[in-house]
Design a protein. Structure first.
Length: 942
């Protein structure tokens, strides 16, 4: 029988098993790079003699030559996941080692190599049939090899001894079996050949010990499987075994029956020849719980190299029955692992706890990654591991993982039940400055499919789970269904980020949270789930994330964002949701944003939802925006959000050129309570705008309500600030006790523009006025424009806290300045539609204006055609007799301040805006109806 394997020099190795018995059927194995040498077991006869024969793949020159095998790869070690072997069967030919050797004839160089040996089931007899000379060649070579093998072995021993004295530490090399004593023969074959020639394994070992003067306690049987495994010479991973029951002094670490005790001892071994340091990987299999590991350094200085994988024994990726072995460190004060320069560490299927918590407590991290050279980056991979405090009720004074220049990926890992103090975290990421030129350490961190639960941070500090300083191209990604449950900092001082705090500094620095990451019941002072600070065009993306029941007592129940030093961009998008997030003291139940830089931008878009969020100001979002910062909300849904004071959904304090764009947004059943004397109050949105612009388009407000002004929107417009509402609908919005069932606007040198806006069922209750809109004009340097808009069933209602006011079923305008000067530049109400709108006692069913000179106001409107209304019979037409027909006397009314009387003015104190144009048109004859008539001006018509 024979076996074959390809060699790097292009030759094909053929191993023949030769016996003098009858033909026998045997199994041969097609070897891969990681397979063990073929084991031959004849069905009958004595053990076969084995030798290697090589046939040139090219047969250059067609010359007959003696073939000597190249060195066999004898130093590689089998990994825990060897390549699966493929076997085939063949029939052993009949050979007689007593025959004389005949000269072999080399095949033609064009002959297909499959003629020599086939791995596809072709009978091995094909070689014998084609080349009968091999029979005699085999016999002669066997006689030759058997005759000289003993001398070759002894000669090789002498050569190895000389080189070992010159290059290697002799005792360590032989003791640890890192070099083979044979270079040109298959190890298994040597044992058999020497036995057939009177040299047994025991004799050979004795010879080794005599030559090298090694104590017999350290000798190794060359027939042992561990020796064969350690003697393979391929550039491949090397597997070692660790157990606390192991022995660093006597065991070889190469099998689960001979494990070593410490990781450091294994990493201190001298590598075998053929092992490629820096390319090949060391795999250490942990066989049991261990409490003997500490101060393990992974870097390029380790003899076995810088690539180390530590895993639970028999760990398989994706396996459901893996047993996680524990590395216990609670009695140590120094870091378990330190990875530096180009060190690579992989941790698979393990369990960790923490360092010492009793006095003196450990303050260094459990695992440290660091490098001060961005060209030499250490790497940490953690997969399917568990981290859990050994004393869940005790405080820990050290971080679990510290990164200061490096790469880390964490996957399918669970971390739970830790209590940290002050500036300690599960993961702390720093980007310290390397030199005075402004170069910072680079970090790349990705965390996916991992869970963090019951992580608390006491005292001061930020980010119970992750506290990241991302400078100069550093990236932090938290993705793919990670879970943060009940993670918190204490709710006082400037603590930020219940789960994560990140400072993102630089245009190429990024913080990304995406793909179904969940934050549940996280708490802090600012940013219940996440706090992010953006500087110098830093980037933060929150994509398809769920934030639920997160709480703060100052800023941003879900997210707190701060823009500084040229700011950056925060994007919240793609079905991200904020559900029942709460700020118990200040602003932003879901999000609070401080944005003071011109390059700052916040985008919330693509089916983001806020549901049942609550705060004192801005139930869902609170924004402070200055210096040209931009804020966009597109395709978002707000549902049942609430503010105790202002802005049931959004509170925005905007100045110095900031801009806000709200498009295709749905506001459903949101509410606010009150706003104070000069503050803005609103059911859905509260804008305090100074020299900024706000645009709302394509949006819907349904069921929004306030106790005081602005059932849906309350806005104050100062210093050229502008609010534009376009193609938007307000359904059943109302104020229960004040002005503006849908919109209340206080304008001082600002601009309010409504175009193609629909109001249906808007209302306010006394003492409120303006069932749909209430506007206060504080000076003449402002502009009101309401065009192509419709009002249906809008009304003021009785039954409130008093019988005051209740004027203007659809629109109420209060002009503070005197004399009023209305022009097309500052007052434009055109192409409007009013249907079934009513006010208390019909005092301005469609429009009511309060001013110092009601007559002047009416005259200016009529003269400038500043009010035009569509004919309900034919909406293509404008009502032509609006200013002269008594039919509209009660629909468009006004009153002078001198007659208001604290809002208790009688009906007779109100006058039609255009009374002077039809005062003489008293019906003649006049009609009296005792049951249905009213004693009002211009009564008597039929």
């Amino acid at each position: 029988m024979f076996d074959s394997s390809a060699h790097a020099n292009g030759n094909q190795s053929v191993v023949f098993a030769v016996t003098t018995s009858e033909p026998a059927t045997v199994k041969a194995v097609k070897k891969s790079a990681h397979a063990q040498p073929t084991s031959l077991h004849p069905s009958s006869g004595r053990s076969p003699k084995i030798f290697d024969m090589y046939f040139s793949a090219t047969y250059e020159g067609q010359n007959s030559q003696a073939f000597l095998p190249p060195p066999v790869d004898i130093n590689s070690r089998e990994t825990t996941n060897p390549v699966e072997q493929e076997s085939f069967e063949g029939i052993n030919g009949q050979f007689d080692n007593k025959r004389g050797m005949e000269k072999a004839t080399l095949p033609n160089n064009k002959q297909d190599q499959s003629d020599i040996i086939s791995f596809n089931g072709v009978s091995h007899n094909k070689i014998v049939d084609q080349y009968p000379q091999l029979r005699s060649l085999n016999t002669s070579l066997l006689d030759l090899i058997f005759g000289v093998s003993s001398y070759l072995i002894l000669l090789h021993f002498l050569i190895q001894t000389i080189f070992s004295h010159l290059i290697w530490d002799i005792e360590t090399q032989v003791r640890r079996h890192q070099n083979s004593i044979f270079g040109i023969f298959n190890v298994g074959a040597i044992g058999i050949i020497t036995q057939d020639n009177g040299i047994g394994s025991s004799t050979l070992n004795s010879t080794i010990n005599n030559i090298l003067n090694i104590a017999s306690a350290n000798k190794t049987n060359i027939d042992s499987s561990s020796f064969i495994q350690s003697s393979k010479q391929t550039n491949a991973d090397i597997a070692f075994y660790q157990s606390d029951d192991g022995n660093d002094d006597t065991n070889d670490c190469l099998s689960d029956s001979t494990p070593c005790q410490t990781i450091n001892y294994i990493l201190g071994l001298v590598p075998p020849s053929g092992y490629s340091k820096g390319t090949d990987k060391i795999i250490i299999n942990m066989m049991s719980t261990t409490n003997m590991q500490n101060e393990v350094v992974i870097d390029s200085s380790r003899p076995l190299g810088n690539i180390v994988q530590i895993q639970s024994n028999r760990y398989t990726s994706g396996g459901t029955e893996n047993i996680k072995q524990s590395i216990k460190t609670s009695s140590y004060s120094n870091s378990l692992f330190t990875i530096t320069n180009i060190g690579h560490l992989q941790l698979l299927g393990l369990h960790f706890d923490n360092l010492k918590t009793t006095s003196p407590s450990a303050i260094v991290p459990l695992i440290s990654i660091q490098s001060d050279d961005n060209e030499q980056i250490p790497y940490l991979l953690i997969i399917d591991c568990e981290f859990e405090s050994d004393a869940p009720d005790s405080q820990i004074y050290h971080s679990i993982i510290s990164i200061n220049g490096g790469i880390m990926k964490m996957e399918k890992t669970t971390i739970k039940n830790y209590i940290f103090t002050n500036d300690r975290n599960i993961i702390i990421i720093n980007s310290d400055q390397i030199d005075t030129s402004g170069t910072y350490r680079k970090n790349e961190i990705e965390i996916c499919q991992s869970e963090f639960s019951n992580i608390q941070k006491l005292g001061t500090g930020k980010g119970a789970v992750i506290n990241a300083q991302l400078q100069q191209d550093s990236i932090l990604k938290v993705t793919d269904s990670c879970i943060f449950y009940n993670c918190s900092t204490q709710q006082f001082r400037d603590n930020r980020g219940g789960a994560i705090n990140a400072v993102v500094d630089g245009s190429n620095s990024q913080f990304i949270v995406s793909d179904l990451v969940k934050f549940d019941k996280c708490q802090s002072y600012r940013g219940g789930a996440v706090s992010v600070e953006l500087l110098n065009m830093g980037i933060c993306v929150v994509n398809n994330v769920q934030i639920k029941e997160c709480t703060v007592n100052y800023d941003g129940g879900g997210i707190f964002a701060l823009y500084q030093n040229s700011g950056g961009t925060l994007t919240i998008t793609n079905h991200t949701s904020f559900v029942q997030c709460v700020n118990t003291v200040y602003g932003g139940g879901g999000i609070l944003i401080y944005s003071d830089e011109s390059n700052s931008k916040c985008i919330i878009s693509d089916n983001v939802t806020f549901e049942k969020c609550d705060a004192e100001w801005g139930g869902a979002i609170c924004v402070y925006q200055n210096n040209g910062a931009k804020f966009e909300i597109h395709n978002v849904i707000f549902k049942e959000c609430k503010a105790q004071y202002q802005g049931g959904v959004i509170y925005i304090d905007q100045s110095e050129g900031g801009s806000i764009d709200v498009h295709n947004v749905k506001f459903k059943e949101c509410e606010a309570q009150s706003g104070g004397s000069i503050y803005i109050r609103g059911g859905d949105q509260w804008y305090a705008i100074g020299s900024g612009t706000t645009t709302i388009s394509g949006s819907t407000f349904s069921g929004s309500k306030s106790v005081y002004e602005g059932g849906a929107i309350y806005t104050e417009l100062y210093k050229d600030a502008a609010l534009t509402i376009d193609n938007t609908q307000f359904n059943l919005c109302y104020s229960t006790d004040s002005d503006g069932g849908s919109i209340f606007a206080l304008i001082n040198s600002g601009s309010l523009s409504l175009n193609q806006v629909t109001f249906i069922g808007s209302s306010c209750t006394q003492p409120g006025s303006g069932g749909a809109i209430a506007i206060v004009q504080q000076n003449s340097n402002n502009r009101i424009s309401i065009t192509e808009s419709s009002f249906t069933n809008c009304q003021t209602l009785s039954g409130g806290s008093s019988t005051q006011y209740g004027w203007g079923g659809a629109i109420y305008i209060d002009i503070w300045y005197n004399p009023p000067t209305l022009t097309a530049a500052n007052f434009n109400l055109t192409d409007l539609t009013f249907t079934d709108c009513t006010a208390i006692e019909n005092i301005g069913n469609n429009l009511h204006i309060l001013s110092d000179d009601r007559t002047a106001v009416g005259n200016q409107i009529k003269t400038g055609s500043l009010l035009t209304v569509k004919d309900l019979i034919d909406l293509r037409n404008i009502i032509s007799d609006l200013y002269v027909s008594p039919s509209y006397a009660y629909d468009y009314m006004g009153i002078n301040y001198s007659k208001v009387g604290d809002g208790y003015a009688q009906f007779t104190d109100h006058e039609p805006l255009f009374e002077q144009f039809f005062i003489s048109n008293v019906p003649n004859p006049s009609y009296i109806d005792a049951s249905n008539g009213q004693d009002i001006k211009f009564c008597g018509g039929y």
